[in-house]
Design a protein around this ligand. Structure first.
Ligand code: GLC
Length: 414
């Protein structure tokens, strides 16, 4: 069949991806090898790391019905919005047996995120959950035998190690996490809050965000910067995934909250923290339990693509067994395929696979709603305001609840 999509004179297909530089490298290699194998030219459209910017970068071409990109990665937080906007080509007709084997994937994820009105509109590429990275060497040096279980233990350890390490490294901090005004802040907040028994609740059309547990979490986050001072003042201006990772990787922090991808970078040749890092579940408040926000990225084909067949072919390849193993080994990505967690060779390469599995089991999803980003926006804005000292944590939560309530009333009945 002749189409404008294959190599001989065709325009090829465009795949939009983002992330850390090493992730882009892996995507570029994958594109090249797929072209050799299938004859379809694959152009990589590079997007930033910040999920909000990536979403905006896709909405523009989709709203104007551009045929590029043909397929793209989507944050689990906005798949519902893209699906409700009618931007995702149903994949069922391409999912002939042996093409996309949906049975190998986590059924709950597929049902909640990737199927809409009975049709498959996306596939999970990898799953994310928040983790605690710690410096094993420094904990040992200061006589600690294990990672902290509660947030208060974390602060106590961070205060001590920070004070002593600063003799040599004045820029050293106890704990780095994502506090800038963007989606990552919401993910961090849901973990602090969830581990105090809080979170976002929707009961009979009522939003509950201004609760004692959430307040405890917001005050604690504030206190990390201003009371114990174990987190840097630029937490609320600059700290996104990559900024946080860089500080920890340079050897300038004891604890780091980040997603699984940080592991392979910390362990890379030349990394100052190579072989010094441990991975644990995030701490919790006394009486609570560890909570990780469920993140992850899914892939879909644009309804406006004029190379849907070719795009779906590449999609099937990306979620195939062998590519998922490559992602896990080279990027530390949590496979979306359930069957890979018991693979011996993967367990050897990712010694913390069991922690990942446990983190994933304790993961809490954000509301899977087409208007989720509208709910997230006031959380980002007011919580960041509380971290910058513009308003108190109490006032921030009150405003968050009010604005979320308005959003639910505006969109909730659709
Ligand atoms: C990660 C997660 C994603 C989350 C984002 C926040 O990319 O996979 O779900 O929204 O971080 O920064």
């Amino acid at each position: 069949m002749l189409s404008g999509c294959n190599r001989s004179g065709g325009q090829g297909i465009t795949l939009a991806v983002g992330g850390a530089p090493n992730e882009i490298t892996v995507w570029e290699q994958l594109a090249e090898s797929w072209t050799i194998r299938s004859g379809v030219e694959v152009n990589i459209m590079r997007q930033p790391t910040d999920t909000d910017l990536r979403r905006q970068g896709l909405i523009i071409p989709l709203k104007s019905q551009q045929r590029d990109p043909d397929l793209f990665l989507m944050d689990v937080a906005w798949v519902a919005q893209f699906a409700a906007s009618g931007w995702l080509e149903p994949l069922d007709r391409y999912a002939a047996p042996g093409t996309i084997d949906t049975t190998a994937f986590f059924t709950n994820i597929l049902e909640q995120v990737d199927r809409r009105e009975g049709r498959l509109i996306a596939m999970p590429v990898y799953l994310d959950c928040g983790l605690l990275y710690y410096r094993r060497d420094l904990l040992e040096k200061y006589g600690y035998t294990s990672a902290p279980e509660t947030w208060y233990e974390l602060v106590a350890m961070a205060v001590k190690v920070q004070a002593l390490e600063r003799a040599e490294r004045p820029q050293f901090y106890g704990f780095v996490w994502q506090g800038a005004q963007y989606e990552g802040l919401v993910c961090n907040f849901l973990e602090f809050a969830g581990s105090a028994g809080g979170g976002l609740a929707f009961e009979n059309g009522q939003v509950r965000a201004d609760t004692p547990a959430n307040l405890m979490a917001a005050r604690f986050m504030h206190g990390l910067i201003y009371d114990s001072k174990v987190s840097p003042p630029n937490t609320f201006t600059e700290m996104r995934e990559e900024e946080v990772r860089a500080v920890f990787q340079q050897g300038d922090a004891l604890f780091e909250r980040n997603w699984p991808y940080a592991w392979s970078l910390h362990q890379r040749e030349g990394s100052p923290v190579k072989d010094k890092v441990g991975v644990a579940l995030l701490p919790h408040f006394p009486g609570g339990h560890s909570v990780a926000t469920l993140g992850g990225w899914h892939i879909g084909v644009s309804v406006y693509s004029n190379c849907k067949e070719e795009a779906a072919g590449l999609l099937a390849h990306i979620v195939s067994d062998s590519v998922q193993v490559t992602f896990a080994e080279r990027l530390g990505w949590n496979p979306a395929r359930r069957d890979l967690y018991d693979r011996r060779e993967l367990q050897e390469k990712l010694p913390h696979l069991d922690v990942l599995r446990a983190g994933f089991a304790a993961a809490v999803a954000r509301p899977n709603l087409p208007y989720y980003t509208q709910l997230s926006e006031p959380i980002q804005r007011y919580l960041n305001g509380a971290l910058s000292g513009e308003l108190t944590p109490d006032a921030a939560l009150e405003k968050i609840e009010n604005e979320m309530q308005q959003v639910v009333e505006r969109y909730g009945r659709e």
